[in-house]
Design a protein around this ligand. Structure first.
Ligand code: SF4
Length: 500
């Protein structure tokens, strides 16, 4: 018997299993068993298998019986992206890495290594096919009773662009950068001709320089659009565009800060919170987004929603009339509609005691009586969409000799005027409807439905900032996130049921 080695206290040393990291091993892998029967990657594969991918197949150049490398199956590419997005992964490189280590990705690919460029290109090159895919998914969800269009909640959310705030430049600076970029492209010459780096690296550098030049040219174009949207000449002079993502616009974020962003518009069917339409806008304001949103729903699902619920940011007289014309029941409150706002009054130095509310209207004589007891007579009218403004004015003599003038109309060289706004009957009916308990109760449900997909896409998918640039690519990134969300809804509501 050998000697026992002992510790200082006289106790025998513990015997441990050795770890051998220098051995070679071959282990059989049953690919089919890499994931369980109820793993959601199987649900995604099954769901995508139900879709008609003809548009994607039609673009594949490699054909049976001819030479050339076979293409990756679009069903696999789509499933990979959807599964990755569902796990909060939106980077092509990360997916490639996961294909080597993660059983769910390995099950999808059959343990094959997927090419990074193929994967990334697939996400952005098939825009029409992706739109069609989203529509098809809605068709399947509709057939399963998950969409009714009885009530659609619509909302907008700002998502940060792939650009930082300090990439915004004025025209002179953009032109300087552009000239430098042009010179760089010209000096690079032919990447195949020998240099310090390999032709592949030289080609990549040349492509990067060319893309930079294109971005700067785009920045000049976008700067013109930004200028056109400004009213004062000072604002036009100060206008800037981003040289990283020229199509991004500075927008206010939910935390109160400002950042280059896009305004993502999502329409959600209230029944099972399925997203029925999605759009991306460069406008920070939501007023102009309601009609395009209803157009998208109609185009995707084939009919108008019966009712659309939105917050006050979408409610304007134009939108009330537009929805009425399309027989869509619009739910959402608008402001008081005071034609001369407190802000305007303040700017003109009017004392609060002389705001329009202090002037009394007499319908019989169609005149106003001011706080000093003077009469304001009808002056002119201004017809707008959904409303007509009637202006009433006091005589110059009355105001010039009035002791209240410094408080009532300090900057006025004419008599003080007051505007009486008269809404279109459709707008009046809308306002009355919004006073009913039924409308208020429907409106109270808005937040829970409309904000759910927004929060899910940001928190679970991680779409707080876009990886891609430009309205079209950003729109595609959003579409991938939204169709992933919809498939997750289907998995939760239909596919999971069989394993419950
Ligand atoms: S300034 Fe003119 S409108 Fe104002 S209180 Fe005097 S008279 Fe009336």
């Amino acid at each position: 018997m050998g000697m026992r080695s002992t510790t200082e206290g006289g106790k025998s040393k513990p015997r441990l299993r050795p770890i051998n990291r220098h051995q070679m091993m071959l282990r059989p892998v049953e690919v089919e068993k890499l994931v369980g029967e109820d793993h959601e990657v199987r649900a995604i594969w099954e769901f995508v298998g139900r879709l008609n991918l003809g548009q994607y197949y039609g673009e594949i150049e490699a054909v049976e019986g001819e030479a050339g490398r076979p293409a990756w199956d679009p069903r696999l590419m789509i499933s990979l992206w959807i599964y990755a997005y569902s796990k909060g992964v939106s980077s092509g490189r990360e997916i490639c890495r996961l294909c080597e280590t993660d059983p769910a990705y390995q099950w999808l690919t059959g343990m094959e290594a997927v090419n990074y460029h193929t994967l990334c290109d697939f996400r952005v090159v098939h825009k029409k096919a992706l739109d069609e895919l989203f529509t098809q998914i809605l068709g399947l969800l509709s057939a399963e009773g998950l969409i009714t269009l009885e009530r659609v909640m619509h909302d907008g959310t700002k998502v940060k662009a792939c650009a930082s705030g300090d990439t915004f430049r004025r025209e002179e600076k953009i032109r300087v950068h552009l000239e430098a970029a042009r010179q760089q492209v010209e000096q690079m010459g032919d990447p195949r001709v020998g240099g310090e780096v390999s032709p592949r690296v030289a080609k990549a550098r040349q492509r990067a320089a060319r893309e930079k030049q294109e971005r700067l040219e785009k920045a000049l174009e976008e700067l013109e659009r930004i200028r056109a949207s400004k009213t004062s000449s000072a604002e036009k002079r100060e206008a800037r565009a981003s040289i990283s993502d020229p199509e991004a616009r500075v927008m206010k974020q939910s935390d109160g800060g400002f950042a280059p962003s896009y305004n993502v518009q999502i329409s959600t069917d209230a029944k099972e919170k399925v997203i029925v339409a999605v759009g991306v806008s460069q406008s920070a304001s939501d007023y102009g987004e309601l009609v395009p949103a209803v157009d998208r729903v109609e185009s995707n699902v084939g009919q108008n929603p019966e009712q659309v619920v939105v917050d006050g940011g979408f409610i304007s007289r134009e939108n009330i009339l537009a929805m009425s014309g399309r027989e869509v029941d619009l739910i959402g409150s608008m402001g008081t509609g005071v034609s001369q706002s407190a802000g305007q009054m303040k700017r003109r130095g009017v004392d609060a005691a002389f705001y329009p509310e202090a002037f009394r209207y007499d319908a019989i004589s169609d005149t106003y009586l001011c706080p000093a007891g003077k009469v304001l007579r009808y002056h002119d009218g201004d017809k707008r969409v959904g409303r007509t403004d009637y202006k009433y004015r006091a005589s110059i003599g009355d105001c010039q000799s009035c002791c209240f003038k410094p408080k009532c109309c300090p900057q006025n060289t004419q008599g003080r005027s007051v505007v009486r706004g008269v809404d279109d009957p459709v707008v009046v009916a809308h306002k009355e409807k919004m006073e009913t308990e039924e409308a208020k109760q429907i409106y109270r449900q808005r937040g829970a439905v409309a904000e759910f997909p927004n929060a899910w896409i940001k928190d679970k998918i991680g779409l707080r900032q876009f990886r891609l640039r430009g309205v079209i690519k950003v729109g595609m990134e959003t579409l991938w996130a939204c169709l992933t969300y919809n498939i997750k809804q289907w998995i939760r509501l239909r596919w999971r049921v069989q394993w419950a």
